[in-house]
Design a protein around this ligand. Structure first.
Ligand code: G3I
Length: 411
């Protein structure tokens, strides 16, 4: 591979050694990376802030490319971020340089927005109170810097508190659920408040909404493949909650905002059938504009053929396709594995480009699910190195794969 890496390094410390890329902070994306100085002005072991930062190019023959520019004629390139990303200068520099779309990793989910204390104080049985303080940090950053955002996510069985479904918003584990009618009112109110607030406060920032997320779970035995067992939305409202969510979202969306159904393992055959049936129905009713293919992938699974076939099948529906949460679970940081990862990213982007250019799939956005390896959700019990930048924000071989650099082999 050509040696052409993009480095963001501290000006004062000559050598910064991570406390292991797999180190103690790797599992907690909320924490700042911990850096230990091994040489230079600071004392050994002293923790330093990674700022101020400078961009250093190893290859003096050219400026490292921005992935957003490489694909500007085809689709926008996004990144999932948290408040910890946009509050750290050295990270926001990379976000601004590389990406033209962002998604909140957690800050726009129901468990982050719903405010139980305020709801008990001033909400009504039909209408909860929402607190935008965490989301505001990211939305105002996007507004200030002119980065478009995907709204993720309005209705999801996960990361929504049980008390949102109970009589008087009780958080007692055995509290009874409200009626279907009350829950529909709460859903309507929630979607209205989230969309109206963001559209009025940050006009033009959000261009697409994941209206319903992960509503298909074919293992649950429902005839249409709907998730039933762990979805309180399904249990309290019944299967019409999906259509209702899209109806409300359509009613409150700003002009030009597109509405998506978003799911994972979207390439598994059974699931693909169920998703296609669901969105066909919504499309006939004029309620949906696109499919979000999350694309949390393994190194060799799905095969490129199956993945491409899925893109084409969704493409045939005439809906927009956005790759909303792309990452590839690479379990170690060895040169060999990372070279394989780079090839995987090159194959994926090659496929996206080809299908967009041929008109087989109207792909409008690709979002990488995490700025750097250390902040990835895949770093939980086991380490993973799944995205395009290292903890020090070095562009990985995977980055060069994603921009389809000639240094990375396609096969
Ligand atoms: O905010 C708390 C923090 O206060 C606490 O100290 C810390 C201790 O563990 O936990 C923090 O919350 C974590 C949160 O991420 C923020 O870091 C949660 O435990 C953790 O479960 C949560 O994980 C998120 C996951 O969704 C939850 O389902 C990931 O960051 C987020 O990337 C991930 O994203 C989802 C998409 O929304 C939908 N598709 C799948 C994708 C990956 O799971």
């Amino acid at each position: 591979m050509k040696k052409r890496l993009l480095y963001y390094v501290g000006m004062s410390a000559m050598s910064l050694a991570l406390m292991g890329c797999k180190g103690e902070n790797a599992t907690d994306p909320e924490k700042e990376p911990s850096l230990t100085v091994t040489q230079g002005a600071q004392k050994e072991g002293e923790e330093v802030s990674p700022t101020p930062m400078v961009l250093v190019e190893e290859d003096t023959t050219g400026t490292p490319p921005a992935i957003k520019d490489v694909y500007q004629e085809l689709f926008s390139i996004g990144v999932a971020v948290g408040t910890h990303d946009v509050l750290q200068e050295y990270k926001l520099d990379v976000i601004l340089q590389q990406f033209n779309s962002m998604t909140c990793g957690n800050e726009m989910k129901a468990d982050s927005l719903l405010d139980r204390r305020a709801t008990l104080e001033s909400g009504t049985e039909e209408s909860p109170v929402i607190n935008f303080s965490r989301a505001d940090i990211i939305l105002s950053f996007a507004q200030e810097h002119g980065i478009a955002m995907r709204g993720h996510t309005l209705v999801w069985h996960s990361q929504v508190p049980r008390w949102f479904f109970t009589v008087k918003y009780s958080d007692d584990a055995s509290a009874p659920f409200v009626t279907k009618e009350v829950m529909l009112s709460r859903m309507d109110s929630y979607i209205r408040q989230v969309m109206e607030y963001t559209n009025e406060t940050y006009p033009g920032v959000i261009y697409a909404w994941d209206v319903v997320n992960e509503a298909i779970e074919t293992g649950d035995g429902h005839e249409r493949g709907l998730r039933t067992k762990d979805s309180l939305w399904y249990q309290v409202i019944g299967e019409e909650y999906i259509e209702k969510a899209f109806e409300y979202a359509r009613a409150y969306a700003a002009e030009g905002q597109t509405l998506f159904y978003n799911d994972y393992n979207e390439f598994v055959l059974k699931k693909r059938f169920a998703i296609i049936n669901l969105v066909k129905d919504l499309k006939e009713k004029g309620l949906i504009d696109g499919i979000g293919m999350q694309s949390h992938l393994q190194m060799s699974d799905p095969s490129l053929i199956d993945y491409e076939e899925t893109l084409k099948k969704y493409g045939e529906l005439g809906l927009e396709i956005q790759v909303t949460e792309l990452d590839v679970d690479a379990l170690d940081n060895s040169e060999e594995t990372q070279a394989k990862l780079a090839k995987r990213y090159k194959q994926l982007f090659y496929t996206y480009k080809r299908l967009k250019e041929s008109g087989e799939a109207n792909i409008t956005n690709i979002t990488i699910w995490g700025l750097s390896d250390d902040g990835s959700w895949l770093n939980d019990e086991t380490a993973s190195y799944p995205v395009l930048f290292t903890q020090l924000l070095e562009a990985k071989p995977a980055f060069y794969g994603a921009i389809m650099d000639e240094s990375i082999p396609l096969y």
